[in-house]
Design a protein around this ligand. Structure first.
Ligand code: SAM
Length: 239
């Protein structure tokens, strides 16, 4: 899968995505991250990419021309118009299901805004999806793009070395994950729950599932409306 990130701050994105699991996935050619500096496409002789908003108001607006030309360079490179995500607090809030869906694309373009945002006319021309990473306002779309690349890449086959770790995680099946423990069995006077030391895999699985239901009920009860629940789960919830 290829990610194409349109930004004014390429170094920020490159530094943020070249380590750990995502860095390894790039090295193994499981994903490709193509960072494009919008400024390289400006026709302004001072390399300007933003200007004052028509109608007045605070801040600067990113101009249409350099963004459009940068986008066209990607389209020319891949030979078609891939989905283009504009990161914006005005978009649909990103969630795990969307990460899974995006992971099926061959190419995905991200447009990172900055300052007061982007000239609406170029958004109308190139953007197919408006996505927010949460109800708060950030200074730019770079962190949101990195968040999305990370979450989507984890859904690309082969990126997670232990396939299982992707399928038991929080939000899979609509529930939060059970608590995790590692060595030693006693730390700071706190014991690991006995069942995890029992070697009885059926019991462990059922304990973990109960813990998931309880955690979801306690921390994110609204998720239970969409979760896949058994009769036993419902009984547990109603207790
Ligand atoms: N004036 C814009 C508005 O009210 O919608 C906000 C501009 S914000 C300061 C600058 C850029 O940061 C945006 O163009 C967008 O790309 C990015 N951004 C800020 N908050 C975001 C969020 N919650 N999710 C995704 N992108 C965000």
């Amino acid at each position: 899968m290829r990610f194409h990130i349109l930004t004014l701050f390429p170094e920020m994105v490159m530094q943020g995505l070249n380590t750990s699991i995502i860095g390894n996935a790039v090295e193994q050619n499981l994903i490709e991250i193509n960072v494009i500096n919008i400024r390289d496409f400006t026709k302004d002789r001072h390399k300007k990419v933003d200007d004052y908003p028509y109608g007045g108001g605070a801040g600067m607006v990113m101009q249409a021309q350099p963004i459009y030309d940068a986008w066209k360079s990607i389209v020319a490179q891949v030979g078609y118009e891939p989905r283009c995500v504009y990161l914006t607090p005005q978009g649909q809030v990103f969630a795990q299901g969307m990460a899974k869906e995006y992971a099926r694309e061959e190419d995905l373009i991200f447009l990172c805004g900055h300052y007061e945002g982007v000239d609406e006319r170029v958004l109308e021309e190139i953007v197919t999806d408006y996505v927010s990473i949460g109800d708060y306002v950030l200074t730019g779309g770079e962190l949101p793009a990195m968040v999305m690349v990370d979450a989507i890449s984890r859904m690309v086959p082969g990126v997670l070395t232990n396939e299982e770790s992707g399928s038991t995680e929080s939000l899979e099946g609509g529930l939060l994950e059970y608590p995790q423990y590692s060595r030693p069995a006693n730390w700071n006077g706190k014991e690991v729950p006995q069942v995890l030391l029992s070697g009885d895999h059926k019991k462990i699985e059922s304990w973990r599932h109960e813990q998931s239901v309880q955690r979801t009920l306690r921390n994110r009860p609204e998720l239970l409306e969409e979760a896949e629940l058994s009769r036993a789960d419902v009984k547990q919830i109603l207790k």
